[in-house]
Design a protein around this ligand. Sequence first.
Ligand SMILES: C=C(O[C@@H]1C=C(C(=O)O)C=C[C@H]1O)C(=O)O
Length: 398
Amino acid sequence: MPRTHDDATRLQFVSPERGLHASGVMARITAPAWEGWQPDGDFQHAIRSTMELAQQAGQQAPIVMGAIPFDTRQPSCLYVPRHYEWREPTPLPADTGDNASASLAEASDIPQEAAFKQAVRQAIANFQHSDIRKAVLSRILELRLSNAVNIDQLLMRLRRQNPGGYQFRVPMADGATLVGVSPELLLRKEGTAIRSNPLAGSAKRQADDEQDRAMAERLLASAKDHHEHRLVIEEIRQVLGPCCTSLDIPESPSLIGTSALWHLSSNLEGRIADPATTALQLACRLHPTPAVCGYPTESARKLIDLVEPFDRGLFTGMVGWCDAEGNGEWAVTIRCGSIKHDTIRLFAGAGIVEASQPDAEWAEIQAKLGTMLNAFGLDASQLATHSWCDRPADEVVS
Ligand SMILES: C=C(O[C@@H]1C=C(C(=O)O)C=C[C@H]1O)C(=O)O
């Protein structure tokens, strides 16, 4: 791949097994992924016709990569890159700590702590009068730094925090860059083999080994977290089951750890009945899972619209790639942020069920923000020293 310094057209999606590195834009696909699983729908038509154009222009094996928003009625942020290459994962260089600390000029929270906790109470009250069993509520933390962000260094630090995760970099329509390291695989397809690794149920990692182990054991024994997790697994079973000749779902979840959190995790593996179904179609069929939206999906989505004072944009959508054969890999767009010059917008959410405690859910999203904050060399206590302001929802654009 020719070297380019044009950051605005660089894309990256690195899984634990291999990394896809791309540059240059041959075509952009903005068609919304609404009902994106329909083979004859507008979205799949846009994907196929763009791939064909790339092939006619001389690309032997074009690839589509990028991100799809939480609300699939919004424009997609997908690209057919001009150049791409696969790279084997390389060992991480030692952290020299160079430029590890960002210098914070301003921070604002949307919503602020009290309003988030109130939204959790409102969601729980809503559960009593509706069929909703789970809703994922989230928060945005906007930071302004007094120095520019080096995205390559940031990605390196993110990988260090979760080498088993999915690291991504995608240029956004407004000139910002989406950057993150997701621990959650929505769907991978290779030939007829599929895999999904939903996560739901979380606990903060502890500095002390003994306390950390106790925290993990508590999560593994938590009825509330198992309930949260089961809602996700049952939904995925309903969606993928009919598309598969076999689908193995573990009877109970296991633990997975990042440097910031423990999660309940289930590794689902199966064989797809119709080999022509693409990874992107299957990912669109699954999205949004109750891990990022709630259960039942449509009612939870309405509740989120009601109580979340911002538009999620690409956050909690999906990010990844798909080739012309239908193979591909899509991760859930979490533990991430958008970066534009010195302004950073970070995102974190938590699944709310009837047994949720507002204080604990706030602590959980704080811990989730830790992944990105650590990569900037910032921590929550540093943020508390700066002025915080709540913004009216209509000022917030994604
Ligand atoms: C929404 C996020 O995470 C999701 C919610 C989880 C939970 O509620 O336990 C766990 C993993 C993710 O599916 C996030 O990290 O922002």
